[in-house]
Design a protein around this ligand. Structure first.
Ligand SMILES: Nc1nc2c(ncn2[C@@H]2O[C@H](COP(=O)(O)OP(=O)(O)O)[C@@H](O)[C@H]2O)c(=O)[nH]1
Ligand SMILES: [Mg+2]
Length: 221
């Protein structure tokens, strides 16, 4: 698949999403976009599928372009629809990065606790998030704890890294499902808190500045 095809595929996905929300009518109060990033084979696709559909597959299918999965959750009596954007870490997707990051309300940054290279690449991905999506909440995920006997990055090292970068840290297994609901619950909670803060700040600002700052990702039904 080349970049041109990926673009049209992407466009179709967006059109499809719009159609769904039009025909079925909005059944949620908030809709936001969460991006899932990290090196290849760390479990990004597996985590999003585990969360959205509660299943797991052993075989590796590299993600081509970008895929959406949506999940509706309830928090503080509000219905929230999370749109999870999953991407492959391959070079050919790089041209799509700005589009992929645009309007994200939060990010899940994944590495594989049994793979040192995936941990080393966190710096790169964090830079991409900060450059393209700004100061959004980021949750760091150490995945594959079901094979903890092959662990290459200790819990302490990961926690220290997360603390230095001011990230929330959580360890999961997409395979067994352990801590996957906690991860997403946490992500949604921090995004909601961040949005509340942003809204309060925007309210306090004069109208002109408010208009300039408005982003479309925070959509009310
Ligand atoms: N043991 C184990 N394998 C996993 C886990 N998550 C993903 N995998 C496997 O790791 C490989 C890559 O997973 P995938 O979700 O495609 O990674 P992605 O490239 O980051 O999207 C696949 O063979 C998965 O079955 C996990 O939590 N534990
Ligand atoms: Mg994938």
């Amino acid at each position: 698949m080349n970049a041109k095809n990926v673009d049209s595929y992407q466009y179709c996905c967006l059109e499809e999403l719009k159609k769904i929300s039009r025909t079925r009518g909005p059944k949620y109060q908030h809709l936001f976009k969460v991006i899932v990033v990290g090196a290849g084979k760390v479990g990004k696709t597996s985590l999003t599928i585990r969360f959205a559909e509660d299943r797991f597959r052993e075989s590796y299918l590299p993600t081509l372009g970008v895929d959406f999965l949506t999940k509706t959750v309830t928090l503080d009596g509000k219905i929230i629809k999370a749109q999870l954007w999953d991407t492959g870490g391959q070079e050919f997707v790089m041209s799509l990065l700005p589009f992929y990051f645009s309007g994200a309300a939060g990010a899940i940054l994944v590495y594989d606790i049994t793979n040192r290279n995936s941990f080393n690449s966190l710096e790169y991905w964090l830079k991409q998030i900060r450059n393209n999506a700004g100061d959004i909440p980021v949750t760091l995920v150490g995945n594959k704890i079901d094979i903890g006997d092959q662990r290459k990055i200790s819990l302490e090292e990961a926690q220290t890294y997360a603390k230095n970068k001011k990230l929330i840290y959580i360890e999961t297994s997409a395979k067994t499902g352990i801590s996957v609901p906690d991860l997403f619950a946490n992500v949604i909670e921090v995004i909601m808190e961040n949005e509340k803060k942003r809204a309060a700040k925007a309210k306090a600002k004069p109208k002109k500045a408010k208009d300039e700052e408005e982003f479309s990702f925070w959509q009310k039904a």
